[in-house]
Unconditional design. Structure first.
Ligand code: SF4
Length: 299
């Protein structure tokens, strides 16, 4: 997904909020007032998120809501309800979804449409190999390609999650390149504490993985989970992990036999060594910077 920054509309953690009065600007019927007993910065964040949702709400259609089943998704879904905006919620099945996450969505969010990909994660791995922290082709192929071009997406992106997100995303971000459309991120400037405070305050249900050591949800063996997350998934989902291992090794062996092994892949003597490196997110043999793990893979 290629994105281009647009004018920032929401506050950051230090500046006063600049969201205009939406009802005046858009000349729409006033929405029901949302009652809160809040104080300080958190209060600003909640009100800014609601105003943002109303300000950018499509006039003649609905938002395309991207719902992952994670804590941030739960928050934006409830905020959209409070804002009174129309959203069609979608969950992009990746086929490596943790069963607890799938069960949570089915039970607590039955209104979310579950979109199946035309190819499974493991099928994509036959041609794309393993995803890495630098090249997350899986998001593009399995999640972002579900929505139609030109629609206005609603996402629970937060700048705190990575420096890249902080630098790249805006409250309204224009998509360019292979896909067109816009992404609205009403909780871009929220911290994890704000998210949990909102969940507790509104008594929102959340996936039980968060009570079992997970700070984020995502696919089994997601490259963003790091070595600790991988170790946890290997124990918790041994069968799914064996399938991923098999697909990764099969890709490596096939490329090797075709003589098509790239510069980064050829750093490993065999498929086992490659797999152990990917799981550990450790240094690549022969690479100069031994602290970046998977980030060095394509450098
Ligand atoms: S959650 Fe992780 S593994 Fe799943 S699509 Fe996103 S980056 Fe890829």
């Amino acid at each position: 997904m290629i994105i281009k920054q647009t004018t920032e509309q929401a506050s950051n953690s230090t500046q006063p909020l600049m969201i205009p009065s939406i009802d005046v600007l858009l000349d729409v019927q006033p929405k029901p007032k949302v009652q809160f007993t809040l104080h300080g910065h958190y209060q600003h964040l909640v009100h800014a998120a609601i105003e943002t949702l109303r300000f950018y709400a499509p006039r003649d259609s609905s938002y395309w809501g991207c719902f992952s089943g994670g804590k941030d998704s739960c928050v934006i879904k409830h905020l959209a309800k409070l804002a009174g905006v129309a959203v069609n919620w979608h969950y992009a099945i990746t086929t490596l979804d943790p069963p607890e996450q799938t069960a949570f969505i089915k039970r607590y969010h039955p209104d979310v449409q579950r979109d199946k990909p035309h190819k499974t994660f493991l099928e994509w791995m036959q041609t794309k190999g393993v995803p890495t922290r630098r090249i997350r082709w899986c998001c593009d192929k399995l999640k972002e390609s579900c929505s139609p071009d030109g629609c206005r997406l609603l996402m629970g992106i937060r700048a705190q999650e990575s420096p890249r997100r902080a630098k790249t995303w805006q409250t309204l971000t224009q998509l360019h390149g292979r896909r067109t459309g816009e992404v609205v991120s009403p909780i871009l400037h929220w911290h994890a504490d704000d998210v949990w405070r909102f969940i507790k305050q509104h008594q929102l249900p959340y996936c039980k993985l968060y009570d079992q050591g997970y700070t984020r949800t995502g696919c089994v063996l997601c490259p963003m989970a790091g070595p600790d997350g991988h170790a946890r998934d290997l124990k918790r989902y041994p069968s799914m992990c064996r399938q991923i291992e098999k697909a990764a090794k099969s890709f490596w062996n096939r490329r090797k036999s075709q003589g098509a092994i790239g510069r980064s892949y050829s750093a490993f003597a065999n498929a086992d060594e490659f797999w152990q490196w990917w799981i550990s997110d450790g240094p690549i043999p022969g690479k100069p910077h031994h602290c970046q793990g998977q980030l060095e893979f394509w450098s």
